[in-house]
Ligand binder design. Sequence first.
Ligand SMILES: [Zn+2]
Length: 326
Amino acid sequence: MPIHPWHAGLNRVLLGAVVLLAGIVPADVFPASPPAPKGVEGQYSGKQGQIILVKVPTDDAAAHVHGSFLGRTISFFPDSRPGETKGFVGLLGVDMRDEPGTHELAIEIKNGGQSRTLSYTILVVKEKFHVEHLKLPKDKVDLDEKSVTRWKAEQQLVQEALATDSQMKLWQPSFVEPVHGKRTGIFGSVRIMNGQARNPHNGEDIGAPLGADVAATNDGVVRLTVDHIFSGKGVYLDHGLGLYSMYFHLSEVLVKEGDLVRAGQIVGKVGATGRATGPHLHWGVKLNGARVNPYALLDLPFKGVEQSAAPAPVTEPSSGVGAPAP
Ligand SMILES: [Zn+2]
């Protein structure tokens, strides 16, 4: 299970006591008081590469809520799950290489000129990733100077294309597995290619026949289509609020940059372009800049939530996504 909230009931009691105290003690006593210890207002835990659903209870439906975790910005949106208390939820991506241990999630709740902050603790639990040995033709592993230059330029291009998150939540409650096939379970694994350690594998590989349909995991905007040295023909979808999904090694790309796509829409065909040993889909997901296991999306507890036509409030100037698909 990717989500492990360990709400401490004690914190609520403590908070209640503070609120009560604030009611009877003159406000000017407080500036001299030391700030509340970090992390006492909420506690969650999750493994490296997983997604933690963080809840911020508030009656203030018009508020704008943002969080900061390890230098990354987490966007919150109104929680519409039935039976849940009023408030906001945010999806916090734990990067596959975030340091195990406790880290602060600082949350800011703004409304007009007013703002208040909350301090949550996130416990990052170490995941045991595989070590994978691969043997590939030498010219596919040891890049010549020209290929290194090309690869660096491609990295730069991707970084720029994904630098500005759409501030509108485009995704709907149910995520779709892009292609049905054998999951390799190698997300996060360290790859040793021809004896040399490489970057950890930042997605899941799904074995599927050449030409099989590849579906968008959810609604979004096509942010980038590529034909890159490693990823081959690929599609990058922007689902808003810092969530991106990517589909690599395609034989064909069937969408254009700027297209609005719906969950389940075919965006390409399975292939073996780029650095691939055979036809498969490399499915990757980035959330708030963190590399997370794409399958964590399928486990999110949003199923059964009514699809809402109203988008989440725009909290920052939009980065070009005008409106969600009707
Ligand atoms: Zn892969």
